[in-house]
Design a protein around this ligand. Structure first.
Ligand SMILES: Cc1cc2nc3c(=O)[nH]c(=O)nc-3n(C[C@H](O)[C@H](O)[C@H](O)COP(=O)(O)O)c2cc1C
Length: 167
């Protein structure tokens, strides 16, 4: 039985890819398996997180909002999450643009806006969090993919170090 679950809410699939890279990195480096759950899938939209010590939540940010399944997950699991380690990332094209432009003030502002403030609303604390950039699609496709896979893997290693130490 794995003791870490990664739940995610995506619109166009970038969050899924980022989630899989995080899982792959942790498996490779720490030999830890992580369960992966899509909150948009009807069959898995209400995962039972009781058995897990560690929860990683990944959420798509677009149209100035979290994907709604991400918020619903926090709301439904507020009490259970209090006793667990919670790691949160967002796929945010805006944060990715700021990071690539080396505008750290803006990046930090967006990280607070899209992660810290949302968690505060639900009275939750995170163990670690990261705004990880995204991949624009549709009318915004020319803005491209601004994820930094090195940053993604480093954050995965940070999570792996924490969960493998078990305290
Ligand atoms: C229509 C549209 C609106 C977007 N709005 C925002 C936004 O308000 N803020 C932001 O940081 N990124 C925005 N983005 C970029 C998304 O964060 C990026 O596409 C992300 O990878 C989406 O994750 P997903 O593919 O998992 O849904 C937008 C992208 C699209 C296509």
């Amino acid at each position: 039985m794995n003791n870490t679950i990664l739940v995610y809410a995506t619109r166009w699939g970038a969050t899924t890819e980022t989630a899989k890279e995080i899982i792959r990195t942790i498996k490779e480096r720490f030999e830890i398996d992580i369960d992966l759950v899509n909150l948009k899938d009807k069959r898995t939209k209400n995962p039972n997180i009781t058995p897990y010590d560690n929860v990683i939540l990944g959420v798509s940010v677009a149209k100035f909002r979290w994907a709604k399944e991400g918020k619903r997950f926090l709301k439904d699991n507020r009490e259970k999450l209090n006793g667990k380690k919670l790691f949160v990332f967002v796929s945010s094209g805006g944060a990715g643009d700021a990071y690539k432009a080396n505008d750290m003030e803006k990046y930090e502002h967006l990280q607070k806006k899209w992660i810290d403030n949302t968690l505060k609303k639900y009275n939750l604390k995170f163990t670690s969090r990261k705004a990880l950039g995204g991949r624009y699609v549709g009318n915004f496709a020319d803005r491209g993919d601004n994820r930094d896979w090195g940053v993604i893997r480093n954050w995965a290693e940070e999570i792996g170090t924490i969960i493998s130490s078990g305290n």
